[in-house]
Design a protein around this ligand. Sequence first.
Ligand SMILES: *[C@@H]1O[C@H](CO)[C@@H](O)[C@H](O)[C@H]1NC(C)=O
Ligand SMILES: *[C@@H]1O[C@H](CO)[C@@H](O)[C@H](O)[C@H]1NC(C)=O
Ligand SMILES: *[C@@H]1O[C@H](CO)[C@@H](O)[C@H](O)[C@H]1NC(C)=O
Length: 342
Amino acid sequence: IFFLYLFTISSALLCLLNHGLEPPLPGPDGEKSWSKTYPSCGGLLQSPIDLHDDILRYNASLRPLAFQGYNQSASPQFVLTNNGHSVKVKLPKDMQVRGLGARYNASQLHLHWGDKNDPHGSEHTVGGKHFAAELHIVYYNSDRYPNDSVAKDKPEGLAVVAVLIEVGSSNPAYDKIFDHLKAVKYKDQEVFIPGFSIEELLPERPEEYYRYRGSLTTPPCYPTVLWTVFRNPVQISQEQLMKLETDLYCTHMDDPSPREMVNNFRQVQKFDERLVYVSFQQGALKQTGSSIVLSVALACGLGICIVLVVSIWLFRRRKSKKGENKGVIYKPALKQETEAHA
Ligand SMILES: *[C@@H]1O[C@H](CO)[C@@H](O)[C@H](O)[C@H]1NC(C)=O
Ligand SMILES: *[C@@H]1O[C@H](CO)[C@@H](O)[C@H](O)[C@H]1NC(C)=O
Ligand SMILES: *[C@@H]1O[C@H](CO)[C@@H](O)[C@H](O)[C@H]1NC(C)=O
């Protein structure tokens, strides 16, 4: 209750403070000063984070998400935009994700990436390791709020579904975005692209995911995001990644000092006293693995002890029985008596 109270108060304050401000350019140099203009960026529940075994807890109540209205036909078209810090696809509101409690309608998707010399630009890391890039599909709580701009600084306002991207085989679904990057090379350029099924962008086994409460990873860093990071990455080819890393600029077309749009990911944030719930068990919790090994070892030890004790006891018993062997004679008689009674 206290936490919720704190959350509500801080959200309300930040809403007042930040309303109407233009975000500064992100990037490794810029992000240290974000919190001067955007206090949330230095505040609670910040994202992204490193996903490592110590903070992961299996939670059986995490059901698979259901994606609805994802099978968009080629028309209506999507709008692709260069917003100066990423490339963004505006998504139709009738696209939804279910399974997060409230109903969340889609708002937009965008990507984060590195550069061609250091192609490790995912925001979330797993065991300290960056992936090549990361896709974010952003939703807003449509049970409570009319659109994403109203929802973004409110409690339970947003949900982001994140896809980790690694280099491997070519992925035709991603070309439906990447093929149009050259049309939005510079800041504020927009182009219509044919609609397509967003579900094609998701990895295998989307029922396996990480879940935690965090924030937007760009200013104003509102701590209002329910995160779902899929466990399995998708693959794109080296050539596809190269398009992301080289086609775009942060600056306007007529800017005399153009800046390439690279390394537009935020560093991982502190994650004190928080837990990430995971929907999958296998391999996720090494502690569980080692405790199983320990129990098996203990059971074996105990088993050996019991066997030893029993055999010693039997051995001693047999030894002492040898002395009173005469008793055996009476046994058949005893048995007959029992049978007669039966
Ligand atoms: C599982 O997650 C839900 C929220 O999704 C939470 O309310 C519940 O306490 C968690 N259960 C455990 C055992 O951690
Ligand atoms: C969210 O999507 C549903 C289903 O398409 C739609 O009926 C509803 O009006 C949308 N909500 C908002 C706030 O746009
Ligand atoms: C969002 O909804 C609010 C309240 O209905 C409205 O004033 C605002 O113009 C909407 N914003 C956008 C971007 O649609």
